[in-house]
Design a protein around this ligand. Structure first.
Ligand SMILES: C[S@@+](CC[C@H](N)C(=O)[O-])C[C@H]1O[C@@H](n2cnc3c(N)ncnc32)[C@H](O)[C@@H]1O
Length: 237
């Protein structure tokens, strides 16, 4: 479904940050309790993706559908997807130790076979580890909004990163983004719309019923913010 008309004037950032200079996160510290520390030491290695180029036939044998979730936060949505889509492999990419540990613990408790974790920068993973034309989906739900104008250069949705994401999708693969920050929604639709290999199937949509409500989204909804979902499909070259 494509909703009629755009709500905001499209605006592509004038300069795209080169991929090698795009830093979309700040590492935050904070001590982890013993259960989360144990999860990092014991559970994470069971699910961790290799640091060398990913060959899904080796790492995820038997899964035809492989989806990358960028910025999985505390991992609730990852676990919900894994349960709802048992034939799809989900690779959760996150830099926050607390979230990585919580997800590893949750995957072990649920006994899911279809979740892997990459505890590092998604941009670097896309550039260096994910093969071209390999993913059936990329899901970026509520990326860090970086609300101050001087920080907009840290936003993930800019031309260089969108081109990189699109190149890692196979033909027919989907890029699904969501945000509850209105001017980031505007930026998303402008940048995604300018990527020639993608075509829109959902613009400024309500949450599709199959997408779990995320922790960040729930906090935004409680504060009166409205989410916008965008789904684009990669065409064949
Ligand atoms: C606003 S939070 C949203 C988390 C979750 N998707 C949700 O909706 O609850 C964005 C998350 O993306 C992570 N993140 C930002 N840039 C990243 C990157 N380049 N690689 C991996 N994770 C990243 C942050 O650490 C943070 O946990």
């Amino acid at each position: 479904m494509v909703s009629p008309g755009l709500r905001y004037a499209p605006r592509v950032p004038e300069q795209s940050i080169p991929i090698e200079r795009l830093h979309t996160f700040q590492r935050r510290g904070g001590r982890l309790g013993p259960q989360l520390q144990r999860a990092l030491q014991v559970e994470l290695p069971r699910y961790r993706m290799p640091d060398t180029r990913w060959d899904f036939t080796q790492v995820l044998p038997g899964y035809h559908e492989v989806v990358l979730e960028i910025g999985s936060g505390m991992g609730e949505a990852t676990l919900a997807m894994a349960g709802a889509e048992p034939d799809t492999a989900i690779i959760a990419v996150e830099v926050l130790d607390r979230g990585i540990a919580a997800l590893a613990r949750g995957v072990a408790a649920a006994g899911f076979d279809n979740v892997r974790i990459h505890p590092d920068d998604a941009v670097s993973a896309l550039a260096n580890l994910v093969p071209e034309n390999s993913l059936s989906g990329i899901r970026v739900w509520f990326p860090d909004p970086w609300p101050k104008a001087r920080h907009h250069k840290r936003r993930l949705f800019q031309p260089s990163a969108v081109a990189l994401m699109a190149s890692r999708l196979r033909a027919g693969g989907t890029l699904h983004a969501a945000t509850d920050v209105d001017d980031y929604a505007e930026q998303m639709v402008a940048v995604l719309g300018a990527e020639p290999t993608l075509r829109p199937v959902l613009l400024h949509g309500p949450r599709p019923t199959w997408r779990p409500v995320t922790k960040f989204e729930a906090a935004g909804a409680a504060a009166g913010r409205q989410s916008h979902d965008f789904v684009y499909v990669r065409g064949s070259d």
